[in-house]
Design a protein around this ligand. Structure first.
Ligand SMILES: Cc1cc2nc3c(=O)[nH]c(=O)nc-3n(C[C@H](O)[C@H](O)[C@H](O)COP(=O)(O)OP(=O)(O)OC[C@H]3O[C@@H](n4cnc5c(N)ncnc54)[C@H](O)[C@@H]3O)c2cc1C
Ligand SMILES: NC(=O)c1ccc[n+]([C@@H]2O[C@H](COP(=O)([O-])OP(=O)(O)OC[C@H]3O[C@@H](n4cnc5c(N)ncnc54)[C@H](O)[C@@H]3O)[C@@H](O)[C@H]2O)c1
Ligand code: SF4
Ligand code: FES
Length: 799
């Protein structure tokens, strides 16, 4: 039976979780295409607050990297918005004019930040807080400007405000209501929160309605409807979200606030489903991941014919991701005629607890300052248990402190991770069945702790309890498939003479037979490093850009950057580049950061022809290898030049062409201490001086700038080449895959590396081993051209 075509619009948290669930159930059922209008693979949107607060980095929040899509045979179009659904023809059309047919269409378009439509809302400096790009804009603004105003004192607004404070801005929160987070907290809890945030330096303008955003070139302030004003350089709107329903509406689907779905996430068209924040189920739309993930599971069961009882709504709870403000809220938060409150406030400790009771059942919970009862109360609430046997005090407070605090006393069905609905029982079972030892392993196996991360301490406690002792700060394996770290793995491969990745995985007891996206390229590198002669490069294990021999760009096209040794070119090369760029309508020709000419925006299907017509070697701008050697014009032209930097640079570049290294390597040769090519921030930098060449190692000019360290001064070019060979080989032999030379040098110690590089015998051995590796070089573009079977990689699927 041929596969059904499943198209998904929206590449966000709910949609991709649903894809994971579908693949888990039946990986062969669908031919999957995903459109996402952001230029990234699926990332953890929740963690944007932590990026802004400086607690995490952008590359740490990617949940499914590019290779995940490749490995699961998913065609992904990022940065490409779907603009039309044609229900008669069962196709979707993207803004790029791409038409893709579907049998099943999944809408996972999420929500957008609501921007108050007041005058001035389009001024530069006004933003929502929803995407990586919004986050980057705020970080950049904080570098250049002083004061931010956040409109909206809800979850998002307060997390944004905390982040902006951390970025050094002065922050004022403008809130419409008399107390903060009025949707989740009552007045006493809201007041405690405000006091704590004020103590952290946040300022508040309460009960203020924004009438206008002021400014001409960019925002300069706000005017409120009472006529008062405040000044600012940045406005962040956090006044709620609106489901993205325009596409569904235009296609004639039933839409209220969200896209209307039944218990199986089916819209008013049986071929079209909607999951996540964009949908509306039983009159409700959601804005937290827990219910969306529940929907994802139901939808996966349903479309994979696994049988499901359907989705019947979720009971929600919320927490705020701001250190020093522990709060928990669930269900109804205000009393009414039928709902009474049991509450306790401790002004000295700054804690507040309120449980709302209706018909002898918990109808709502508000906790501030001490949230240690949250799981217990939330469980009782979700179970709908009768609480008449509890006294007022015992419902609010734990009985036997010791006993209640211990996870040992928690029942198995207690939910530990609210975002992912993971119970204590599920964690215990996973730990025992899979011999899990660390939090990361539990996260990867159960997903507990993988979303907002608030439950991590509790997950660790359950793990400790199950293991019967404190969780060791255990040395992690190179990935989840193995407990072996880099050194143990390399040692085992050498000692046991393992020659292929399959053999390594079998003999060394890999957890997953096929390995994972993390270990496959790493194993391929280590095997190539250990057995330079015998090892057959496993192309399918390489990262996607290395397999394509080109860097994918944010619009799905590729860059072509040919080798220009030492950054030196000639008339023939320039003419060829111009001809090819013209013939293939290349939209951008640009000098790269590494002094090379790049053609940007080349279509995937044009790559082989472009390479053939250029007739130049690949510049490896995509590889974990030597990228470029930057050179200055040096003694040949510059009046300050003491050495011939160009010839040395060219020789270095030729020497390391295509040699695999743990991570990319950049080199630079300047012909005098003015160091025009910034040799001091290169992995291997050379500075010409009167008596020879100063050598610098371990520098990095990227995200984390590291100054290279002076290793030695050599008299001749030959000595430089030889030392460079030994240095790169030592990095190959001791570096962890994906470790740049700066952290590698930090790990091994500069003095240690210096000792090795100053030991003539060791340099000779390293250099000899390096020569064996270099001898195996095959130019990758030429290889693709020679082997027609490789051309399939560059074909574009048409539907
Ligand atoms: C800063 C921040 C902090 C948060 N913190 C928490 C938290 O602590 N706990 C919690 O539970 N939730 C939190 N949330 C909410 C949570 O992130 C969302 O509920 C969740 O991301 C929604 O998932 P989704 O897939 O429905 O939508 P999204 O993740 O928004 O994904 C939808 C994707 O579809 C794309 N798209 C839309 N239309 C089209 C189109 N026509 N063509 C192509 N692509 C399209 C969108 O650009 C987007 O990339 C937070 C949100 C933010 C912004
Ligand atoms: N920790 C978390 O769980 C977390 C964190 C961030 C975001 N989120 C989710 O992201 C979504 C967006 O969050 P949000 O805080 O923007 O939405 P929200 O609807 O929860 O809160 C918006 C707040 O803005 C206030 N407001 C509305 N209009 C205003 C105006 N004109 N001036 C001043 N204040 C005004 C409201 O009174 C309300 O308190 C929600 O679904 C939220 O659940 C969750
Ligand atoms: S590094 Fe020195 S020699 Fe090279 S271009 Fe600059 S000034 Fe001239
Ligand atoms: S509660 Fe959010 S990740 Fe567990």
């Amino acid at each position: 039976m041929s596969k059904q075509r499943l198209v998904m619009i929206g590449n966000g948290m709910a949609g991709v979780r649903c894809m994971e669930e579908i693949l888990k159930r039946d990986g062969e059922r669908f031919d999957i295409t995903i459109f996402g209008d952001e230029p990234y693979p699926n990332y953890n949107r929740i963690q944007l607050s932590n990026i802004l607060q400086g607690k995490t980095k952008q590359d740490e929040i990617m949940m499914n990297d590019w290779s995940w899509y490749e490995e699961n045979g998913i065609t992904l179009y990022t940065n490409e918005r779907v603009t039309e659904i044609n229900r008669e023809q069962k196709t979707v059309v993207s803004e790029a004019g791409r038409v893709v047919a579907y049998d099943v269409l999944l809408m996972a378009t999420g929500s957008s930040a609501f921007i108050l439509p007041v005058p001035g809302h389009q001024l530069p400096g006004v933003t929502g807080f929803r995407t990586i790009d919004d986050c980057n804009m705020m970080i950049q603004t904080a570098g250049d400007y002083k004061k931010a105003v956040v409109i909206g004192g809800g979850l998002l607004g307060l997390e944004a405000a905390r982040g902006l404070l951390n970025l050094g801005m002065e922050v004022e929160v403008v809130h419409l209501m008399p107390h903060l987070m009025e949707v989740q907290l009552d007045a006493p809890a809201g007041e405690l929160l405000k006091k704590d945030l004020e103590a952290q330096g946040m300022k508040f303008l309460m009960e203020k309605k924004t009438a206008e955003i002021l400014g001409h070139e960019r925002v300069t302030g706000l005017r409120f409807d009472d006529g008062t004003e405040t000044s600012c350089d940045l406005v962040v709107m956090a006044v709620g979200i609106r489901p993205n329903t325009q596409l569904a509406k235009a296609a004639g689907l039933a839409v209220n606030r969200g896209i209307v779905v039944n218990d199986y996430m089916e819209t008013s068209d049986p071929s079209i489903f909607a999951v996540g924040e964009c949908n509306e189920h039983n009159g409700l739309t959601y804005g937290l991941v827990a219910p969306l993930y529940e929907q994802a599971v139901v939808l996966a069961d349903h479309i994979c014919d696994k049988g499901t009882a359907g989705y019947h709504g979720s009971v929600l709870s919320t927490q705020l991701k701001v250190s020093g403000c522990d709060l928990f809220s669930a269900g109804q938060i205000y009393e009414d005629d039928d709902t009474k409150a049991i509450a306790a406030k401790d002004d000295v400790a700054g804690t507040y607890k309120k449980v709302l009771v209706r018909d002898n059942k918990i109808a709502g919970i508000v906790l501030y300052g001490d949230v240690s009862d949250s799981n217990r109360l939330f469980r009782i609430m979700k179970q709908g248990a009768d609480i008449s046997e509890y006294t007022k005090a015992s419902i609010l407070h734990k009985g036997n402190e010791e006993e209640e605090l211990s996870v040992a006393s928690m029942p198995a069905e207690e939910v530990i991770c609210g975002c992912n609905g993971v119970t204590k029982g599920a964690i215990v079972q996973a730990v025992l069945e899979n011999d899990l030892k660390t939090f990361e392993q539990v996260k990867s196996c159960t997903k507990a702790g993988g979303s907002c991360g608030k439950c991590k301490p509790l997950v660790v406690q359950v793990l400790e309890h199950t293991l019967g002792g404190a969780v060791q700060e255990e040395k992690l394996g190179i990935c989840e498939c193995t407990k072996l770290d880099r050194d143990e793995l390399v040692e085992a491969i050498k000692n046991m003479g393992l020659k292929t990745a399959k053999e390594v995985r079998n003999v060394l007891g890999w957890k997953h037979e096929e390995g994972c996206a993390k270990c496959r390229p790493a194993l391929n590198f280590y095997l190539g490093m250990i057995w330079p002669q015998e090892h057959e490069d496993e192309k399918q294990s390489r990262l996607v850009n290395e397999r394509m021999h080109a860097n994918i760009q944010k619009d799905g096209t590729y860059s072509v950057i040919p080798r220009m040794y030492g950054g030196v070119t000639d008339v023939q090369q320039l003419r060829k580049l111009a001809d090819v760029a013209e013939k293939y309508n290349v939209p951008l020709i640009k000098l790269t950061g590494g002094q090379r000419l790049g053609l940007f925006g080349v279509k995937k299907e044009d790559l082989p022809a472009v390479w053939e017509e250029l007739g130049m070697p690949s510049g490896y701008a995509y590889g974990k290898t030597l990228r470029t050697v930057k050179t200055c014009v040096g003694a040949a032209f510059c009046r300050f030049g003491t050495q011939d930097s160009m010839s040395l640079g060219i020789a270095l570049e030729k020497m390391f062409e295509g040699v695999d290294t743990p991570h990319k390597v950049k080199m630079g040769v300047s012909a005098c201490p003015r160091s025009c090519v910034e040799s001091g921030v290169k992995d291997f930098g050379v500075i010409g001086v009167e008596n020879g060449f100063q050598i610098y190692i371990g520098g990095n000019g990227g995200t984390e700038v590291k100054e290279a360290k002076h290793l030695c001064t050599l008299a001749t070019q030959e000595e430089v080449l030889r030392l460079a060979g030994a240095f790169v080989q030592y990095y190959r032999e001791t570096g962890k895959y994906l470790e740049r030379t700066a952290p590698w040098m930090e790990r091994l110690g500069f003095e240690h590396i210096k000792e090795v590089m100053m030991d003539e015998a060791r340099v000779a051995e390293l250099y000899a081993r390096y020569e064996q590796v270099a001898a195996k070089y095959r130019e990758p573009w030429a290889e693709v051209l020679e082997k027609p079977e490789l051309h399939a990689l560059y074909e574009v699927k048409h539907v």
